[in-house]
Write a protein that binds this ligand. Structure first.
Ligand SMILES: [Zn+2]
Length: 142
């Protein structure tokens, strides 16, 4: 999660929403990503999607069943679904996101009958720092 927080800080330095993500297999980092929606002019350029794409490219597979994903904020509906489609084994996230999350907030995607793969979910990892980064970011903007 420290690496994911580092990615979140990189996003912040680039003026993006400070969210970072790392994908790990067998203790080794396979891919990392941070939000790039402004730079890429792409509303789907969330940290998780970018990391999933990079991991799939690196491993030459459209599924990541031996991999675990660390992200600093509770995934949104789009990313929660992508994590399921990628068959990721475990999801670790930091802060909960009552306004935009889809794991324990909102649609609770993994509890829905249309979800066909549920990762093991662990929340609250590095929560304090992840939440502080986001609070600082939005305080500056408003
Ligand atoms: Zn997302």
């Amino acid at each position: 999660m420290d690496l994911a927080l580092g990615e979140a800080r990189a996003a912040q330095d680039a003026g993006e929403v400070p969210i970072g993500c790392v994908i790990v297999r067998d203790g080794a980092v396979v891919a990392r990503g941070h939000n790039r929606t402004l730079r890429d002019r792409d509303p789907t350029a969330h940290a998780e999607l970018l990391a999933i794409r990079a991991a799939c490219a690196a491993l030459g597979s459209e599924r990541l069943p031996d991999c675990d994903l660390y992200v600093t904020l509770e995934p949104c509906p789009m990313c929660a679904a992508a994590i399921s489609f990628a068959r990721l084994r475990r999801l670790y996230y930091g802060a909960t996101d009552p306004k935009g999350g889809a794991v324990e907030s909102g649609v609770r995607y993994y509890a829905s009958p249309t979800c066909h793969h549920r990762p093991e979910v662990y929340s609250g990892i590095g929560e304090t720092e992840a939440a502080a980064l986001l609070r600082g970011f939005f305080r500056e903007r408003r």
